[in-house]
Design a protein around this ligand. Structure first.
Ligand code: 8YV
Length: 322
């Protein structure tokens, strides 16, 4: 009888993913909807050859150092990997994998939802209705701003940034972007590249954040960078919360420097800064960028493809490297 590799799934993933996982592998413990704590991960991983986690489980230097020698690989159910210390894992010889491409469209769709939600005051108008407080249609009620004809600045022109740009072209927006280097891709033929964030910001009637979180992007959007935006700009973040300093955004939403914001991510998820709550000009979602049935299955299958390749002694399809 062949011995199946043992996988620690840090929580329950979609049914089709768990089914495929259990056919090929021995699942360590009994995963539940809630993610395991670091303490439980460390304890259970003594029985595991690999870990299947998501972005809510942090594998920092200390965690990676404390993992038992049995663990040879970690595959994350996410494209972002700011929760994984890649240098520490590489040092320990632990291979890392992620799930690029399959969540590009779903996340770009949510960026557009956040843009529209913010620009068109979706939160305050819907809330007024649900609270039974809508008394009648009025010519100057719930007014927002057009997206058509406006300049959209995209910070980070990777796969998701490009998909946001293509969608925004459908809204007749003018695309500007900042990225480490210029990008040639479908739909970006007329996009304007800015070599620095400082050069991009004054062009952003709308700013969409689509870059990864790293030491260099942490709190990149702060009092100073917000001051460089045009008055009344709309800010959208579907990347990672800590790229934006919440306190600075809250201040700007209060003064109107930023007319409205659409956030799918924010600092200290899942706890939303309570100072956001009274703001009518905030459209906020609980990190649902990739939350479609199709995408979540596809993300899980990518994790399984990484595991299958690894345990077959092949190169994994989506490695995370330094
Ligand atoms: C994930 C995400 O669903 O893939 C990412 O980087 O931000 C999300 O869409 C989430 O992080 C769960 O791991």
């Amino acid at each position: 009888m062949t011995v199946k590799p043992r996988i620690l799934a840090t929580r329950l993933f979609p049914n089709a993913v768990m089914e495929r996982l259990s056919k090929t592998y021995d699942i360590v413990g009994t995963p539940t909807l809630a993610a395991l704590s670091s303490v439980d991960i460390l304890a259970l991983s003594k029985q595991a050859d690999a870990i299947f986690c998501d972005s809510t489980s942090r594998f920092d230097d200390e965690m990676i150092t404390n993992l038992p020698k049995t663990v040879k690989m970690i595959t994350t159910f996410s494209v972002g990997y700011d929760h994984l210390d890649v240098a520490a894992a590489t040092h320990r010889g632990i291979l890392l994998g992620n799930t690029p491409d399959v969540l590009t469209d779903a996340t770009a769709d949510i960026a557009l939802l956040c843009m529209l939600g913010a620009a068109r005051m979706a939160h305050s108008s819907a809330e007024t209705l649900r609270n039974g407080a809508w008394e009648s249609w009025a010519p100057t009620q719930f007014l927002g701003v057009h997206m058509s004809g406006k300049k959209l600045g995209i910070l980070g022109m990777g796969r998701i940034g490009q998909a946001v740009a293509r969608r925004a072209r459908g809204f007749d927006m003018e695309i500007h972007y900042h990225n480490r280097r210029p990008v040639t891709a479908r739909g970006l033929e007329e996009a304007t590249y800015h070599g620095t964030l400082e050069e991009l910001l004054p062009h952003c009637d709308f700013l969409s954040i689509n870059c990864p979180l790293s030491d260099s992007t942490h709190h990149l959007i702060n009092d100073t960078s917000i001051a460089m935006l045009p008055d009344g700009a709309v800010l959208v973040n579907t990347a990672r919360g800590p790229i934006v300093e919440d306190a600075a955004l809250i201040k700007a939403l209060k003064t109107g420097k930023i007319a409205s914001a659409g956030l799918d991510v924010f600092e200290n998820e899942p706890k939303l800064n309570p100072n956001y709550l009274p703001l009518p000009n905030l459209f906020v979602l609980p990190h649902i960028g990739s939350a479609t049935f199709e995408t979540r299955d596809a993300m899980g299958f990518k994790c399984l493809d990484n595991l299958d390749a690894f345990f077959a002694g092949k190169n994994i399809p989506n490695p995370i490297t330094l």
